[in-house]
Design a protein around this ligand. Structure first.
Ligand code: DX5
Ligand code: ZN
Length: 232
């Protein structure tokens, strides 16, 4: 399927939800039209923050109707592949920066598939060139282009990463391109226009009272920007 036919997906990042009310937060954004739940896993080593692990992901999966998009910001993703697969990760994404070379990328992707992960993704930090994944794209269902340095929600969007998304589409990558970090009503349309189809937003969605309205606004703004880019 050509990438322009991929529907825009809005993925609220649970990092900005009220963790004391996880099930209600999940249900609220689902009622509001969320396509995927973005779940940020941090190990305090690859990034200077700690969040949640497989037991919590498993409980999210138990209450969620929409797929879990699990973003692993951890140093040793292969070691935990089975735990996250069992916990119900639908998309499981690891960072290219933890891999020494292309063979290492392929080995992690294979480890994920071997335990039954439906979709395998790779993430790039803002200062990692997109060419780093040029020769492994055939092994990946999704490329996550980070638009902030990972570790925390609520940071400012870095527009200088947008050319990576354009590069992926110009080089014929037809899988999912996801963007994460600082997406809001002003920046998300730029991501959609560049060619991203999975759009993560934490504070822009969980930070407002009316999540349904915000998800609607984000989707409409993204669709309009994509259509305008297609005309240009
Ligand atoms: C950052 C995380 C993001 C974060 C996005 O390390 O990977 O998913 O939750 O939050 P916002 O949308 O607030 O930048
Ligand atoms: Zn994330």
């Amino acid at each position: 399927m050509p990438w322009k036919e991929l529907p825009l997906r809005i993925a609220p990042s649970l990092l900005s939800c009220d963790f004391a009310r996880l099930a209600e937060e999940v249900a609220d954004v689902e009622a509001g039209g969320a396509d995927w739940h973005h779940v940020d896993v941090m190990d305090g080593h690859f990034v200077p923050n700690l969040t949640i692990g497989p037991p919590v992901v498993k409980r999210i999966h138990a209450v969620a109707k929409q797929p879990l998009d699990v973003h692993l910001m951890i140093t040793d993703p292969a070691r935990y592949a089975e735990a996250f697969a069992r916990a119900g990760a639908h998309v499981l994404t690891f960072h290219v920066e933890v891999c020494a070379d292309d063979a290492a990328v392929r080995s992690v992707a294979r480890a994920f598939r071997d335990v039954g992960v439906p979709m395998v993704g790779i993430a790039l930090n803002p200062d990692t060139p997109v060419e780093r994944v040029a020769d492994v794209l055939d092994a990946l269902d999704l490329v996550l282009v980070m638009s902030v340095f990972p570790g925390f929600g609520g940071q400012r969007f870095m527009p200088e990463v947008l050319p990576k998304v354009v590069w992926l589409r110009e080089h014929g990558y037809a899988g999912h391109v996801e963007m994460d970090g600082g997406l809001n009503l002003e920046t998300l349309p730029r991501c959609a226009a560049a060619g991203a189809d999975v759009l993560v937003a934490g504070s822009a969605i969980y930070g407002v009272a009316d999540r349904a309205r915000r998800i609607r606004e984000l989707r409409a703004a993204g669709a309009a920007a994509r259509a305008a880019a297609a005309q240009a």
